[in-house]
Design a binder for this molecule. Structure first.
Ligand code: BGC
Length: 928
């Protein structure tokens, strides 16, 4: 007997009221039925495959390096400085160190560590810092405590830890970090302009021993040394308010240089700067310590290059006939077009190191199909909406102009539909060199959001592999994995992942196709928790928060978009809240207390700005409110909700950094807002906050609703969801972010599941059914010139719920950084298994569960130094027996065997609650 097939005992849970909502309204779309059947068949097959995999392989593959046979604590791994592995250009005076721990035993933690920072690659002794044995269970945010670090230096470090028995681990491998240019006077060069190409030759008296290049090339740059491209950054540097700050990248170029003649070449594009300017420093040291410095100045030569036009939105035009072979090598015979570069006005901002992953070409996709919908017009379908560009392979006569145009959509006649790009032309041109070879080209200084590529002007008939999709976004590493037995959840996760990553372009963007691609703060804040679970966002958000602070005005206000281009100042409070919220998420997820210390005053100014706009505890101004909602909720309610939220966070921040008086003052302010909120928005007659889902979800989520209001507000929300909307959301980006959490906290995860498995309008399934491969901007299917991006990550905020509710992985309320965990999976309805794993700042966390014939299995992975409360629902089972790794640990309502790592087990409130320390656990609950 399978529980999901015979759900009698499983389904009589308190939340089963929402069973009433299971009336599916079938889609009338022609051809849907057969498509639906096909997708049911596919999802059944893939569910079966997943199930087989689930039963036959370990549930959670440890992403950590392979354990060696070492007993006890293994060497610390995943060493980081300022969240980055072996970073170059660290420009923080006292950088922070991070590592992760492994141990052969369960229930282990670090009790002390020893860290060495050295100028020698072997790091045998710490001439910079020897921490000595420092007691402490933290392996994150460890602040450097050694001698002052010098500019432009390489440092090596290693760490070992002591476990619960005070036994030392082996030393970690040696990691490295390099400092950037720590003082403005380290920049000797000047800003120079360019016609497109810039070059400079120089001679090195000796072989280089260490060479680092620092480059700030606006709008975008590509650096070459001796004919080779340097590094793998594209669309660099990251976007900032250039008047306040310009990011520079650091490259280790030791191996690209040689004794004798060398040449530097730099291509510049317009980017967001809409002009071209270069600041460059190269420091080369030889074995005897002699330093050669090369910097940007008017001795550099410039000329027009092959790029005739480049614009982020409109595309790039490249005439390969204008290439100048050898321009980036020594002994280039510069032709007439070259002249001396001139100095240009500096952008104005300070130079800061780009201490986050760069934008890179992450993947290459071969098209699935090529069609020929009109004479000479070829349309390639990548099968996936991406951000990036196309790489072209072609040979043909010189001067042939090939046009590539990009779209997310097709018309019925097979031609591309660019209507939703608004004014973005999204059109690249490649003009052939025509030397008889296969010319391989891709643009440098533009990007598009697209699934389809239209090619015209191709000499002859292109082949399917004449174009390839290049997936381009900030190279954040994946941090999470989620999957479930119900295929639509995996399909939604696919939309979320693609929507999210393709909108990380040094800032979190709203979309990547039309004429926006801005750091809209509302979009950024609603997606941040989802992004943090799916990707390593620590360095990315560290940078973004600084960019937000750069936009803050003297009155404390910030802007709708950061860097500020569109939208207003002051920001809509639901947009501006990105500032305190993302800062707080950084603390919750990565334990980043320093950030709170550094940003507190600025965040306080922001909250004080809100207070200056509030009247009697209400913040009424709002431009967008619950943006893209189907049922509109008053903007003043949304704004006051965030006024309260921001104030509460500020109070918590003040407590964290021991500003107790301020903490109390902001607690009082929060209480005033709460009272005002209820006076204003709680309707005493109807006994709810308004006739929309968002109006009731927000106060329920954050505890604005007191006992007096909660019950009836919840009834209204429940009725609206279940009876009025048949388990469909009518929320915009704000309500959507919180509503599923409200359902789970009220014991209604089943209803959340119903909502997520809908396939008719409005739902995620509706997007999927209509061919979405990334999330739409709006719930409606629109493909005309109106606002309808088909790649907007903002409705993907629910991705966090997958991990927290379905995989059950939660940070305990009194903890940060996954130091204490609550593993509490919601084993809803016919879901037979779900699994999630997170690469957290403290190590790998995972939970995978399945339910079957009168049993529930749960595997959990808890990192060294963490502890967890694991909840296994007992449903209606009686005579419970719990095994761990095959050994009976709990039966007859009591603990039977003590196993390492398991601290206690109790049956309470419909769950077995197991308290565990670190390690990997495999539980099976059975009963009658
Ligand atoms: C953007 C949104 C943004 C909004 C402000 C739109 O044009 O694409 O995602 O948040 O403007 O309401």
């Amino acid at each position: 007997m399978n529980l999901s097939a015979s759900p009698s005992w499983l389904y009589s849970r308190p939340s089963s009221r929402s069973n009433l909502s299971l009336r599916q309204t079938g889609s009338k779309a022609p051809g849907f039925f057969s498509k639906a059947l096909r997708s049911v068949a596919i999802s059944t097959i893939s569910a079966v495959i997943t199930l087989i995999l689930f039963l036959t392989t370990p549930l959670l593959a440890q992403p950590a390096p392979q354990p060696t046979p070492v007993k006890g604590a293994l060497p610390p791994y995943d060493l980081r400085v300022e969240y980055l592995a072996n970073p170059l250009g660290v420009d923080v005076a006292k950088p922070r160190f991070f590592w992760k721990n492994r141990h052969s035993e369960r229930g282990q933690s670090q009790t002390a560590f020893e860290l060495i920072v050295s100028s020698s690659p072997s790091a045998d002794t710490g001439d910079l810092w020897e921490s000595g044995k420092m007691s402490g269970d933290s392996s994150i945010q460890i602040v450097y405590g050694g001698k002052p670090l010098a500019s432009n230096h390489t440092y090596y470090w290693k760490v070992r830890i002591y476990d619960s028995e005070d036994k030392a681990s082996p030393w970690s491998e040696v990691a490295r970090f390099d400092t950037g240019l720590l003082s403005p006077s380290d920049w000797k060069g000047q800003w120079i302009g360019s016609d497109g190409l810039l070059r400079r030759e120089f001679t090195l008296p000796e072989e280089p021993r260490r060479a680092q290049a620092y480059i700030a090339g606006l709008g975008y740059y590509e650096l070459h040394l001796n004919g080779r491209r340097v590094g793998n950054h594209v669309l660099d540097p990251g976007w900032t308010n250039y008047k306040k700050r310009v990011l520079y990248a650091t490259y280790d170029v030791t191996r690209l240089l040689r004794k004798g003649k060398n040449a530097i070449g730099v291509m510049l594009g317009n980017g967001w700067y809409k002009s071209r300017a270069l600041m460059f420093e190269l420091y080369v040291e030889d074995a005897s310590g002699n330093v050669t410095e090369i910097h940007s100045d008017t001795s550099w030569q410039t000329a027009r290059g092959p790029i005739l036009e480049d614009s982020i939105y409109h595309g790039e035009t490249y005439d390969a006939r204008l290439e100048q072979p050898g321009w980036d090598r020594p002994d280039f015979a510069a032709s007439a077009g070259w002249h001396q570069a001139s100095g240009v006005e500096a952008p104005g901002g300070v130079l800061s190191s780009q201490m986050m992953p760069a934008i890179q070409v992450i993947d290459t996709i071969l098209p699935l199909t090529m069609t020929n919908p009109a004479p000479g017009v070829y349309v390639f379908d990548l099968g996936q909406n991406i951000s990036g560009w196309a790489q072209l392979r072609v040979s043909g006569p010189a001067g042939t102009d090939i046009r590539l145009r990009f779209s997310e959509l097709l018309y019925d006649n097979g031609l591309i539909n660019q209507e939703n790009l608004r004014s973005a032309r999204a059109e690249d041109h490649y003009i052939l060199r025509g030397d008889g070879t296969t010319e391989v080209w891709e643009p440098r200084f533009t990007y598009h959001g697209f699934r389809y590529i239209e090619v015209t002007g191709f000499p002859g008939t292109p082949r399917l592999d004449s174009v390839r999709g290049r997936v381009v976004h900030t190279a954040v590493s994946p941090a999470g994995n989620f999957s479930a037995s119900t295929q639509i959840l995996n399909d939604i996760q696919h939309l979320i992942l693609w929507g999210q990553k393709t909108n990380l372009h040094s800032i979190p963007t709203d979309c990547c196709q039309r004429d926006e691609r801005m750091g809209w703060m509302g979009d950024a804040q609603v997606t941040a928790e989802e992004a943090i679970m799916n990707f390593d966002m620590a360095a990315f958000y560290t940078n973004f928060l600084r960019t937000i602070r750069d936009e803050q005005a003297a009155d404390g206000s910030i802007t709708d978009t950061v860097p500020h281009l569109w939208g207003q100042r002051p920001a809509d409070p639901a947009w501006g809240t990105a500032y305190p919220l993302i800062a707080w998420y950084m603390y919750q997820n990565y334990g980043d207390r320093r950030l709170i210390e550094d940003y507190y005053d600025s965040l306080k100014k922001y909250v004080e700005f809100l207070r200056s706009k509030a009247e009697n505890g209400l913040l009424k101004y709002s431009y967008y409110g619950d943006w893209v909602a189907i049922d509109k909720c008053p903007g003043s309610l949304v704004s006051t909700f965030y006024y309260y939220y921001d104030t509460k966070i500020l109070a918590d921040m003040a407590r964290l950094i021991n500003r107790q008086a301020e903490a109390q003052a902001y607690d009082r302010l929060a209480a005033e807002i709460k009272a005002a909120f209820n006076r204003e928005f709680f309707d005493q007659k109807t006994r709810h906050y308004g006739p929309t889902q968002t109006a009731n979800a927000l106060p329920l989520f954050i505890g604005l609703a007191t006992d007096k209001e909660r019950g009836s507000a919840w009834s209204e929300l429940f009725n609206d969801l279940v009876y009025e909307h048949d388990s469909h959301l009518t929320t915009g980006i704000i309500g959507t972010k919180y509503i599923l959490d409200v359902l789970t906290s009220t014991g209604n995860s089943d209803l959340a599941y119903d909502i997520l498995t809908r396939t008719d309008f409005p739902s995620y399934g509706y997007m999927i059914k209509n061919g979405a491969t990334t999330l739409w901007e709006i719930w409606q299917k629109r493909e005309g010139p109106s606002m309808n991006s088909h790649n907007h990550p903002m409705l993907g905020s629910i991705g966090a719920w997958f991990y927290r509710a379905l995989a059950g992985i939660n940070i305990a309320p009194d903890s940060v950084g996954y130091k204490k965990l609550v593993i509490k999976p919601q084993m809803v309805r016919d879901l037979t298994h779900a699994s999630g794993s997170l690469s957290t700042i403290n190590g790998e966390v995972g939970c995978a569960w399945s339910k079957g014939d009168r049993h529930v299995k749960l595997e959990a992975v808890i990192p060294v130094g963490s502890e967890a409360l694991i909840y296994i629902p007992v449903f209606k089972l009686r005579n419970l027996q719990l095994t761990e790794g095959g050994t009976v640990v709990f039966a007859d309502n009591q603990l039977k065997t003590s196993l390492p790592g398991i601290k206690s087990i109790e049956a309470k409130g419909g769950n077995l609650i197991i308290q565990v320390g670190s390690g990997r656990y495999s539980f099976k609950l059975t009963g009658e």
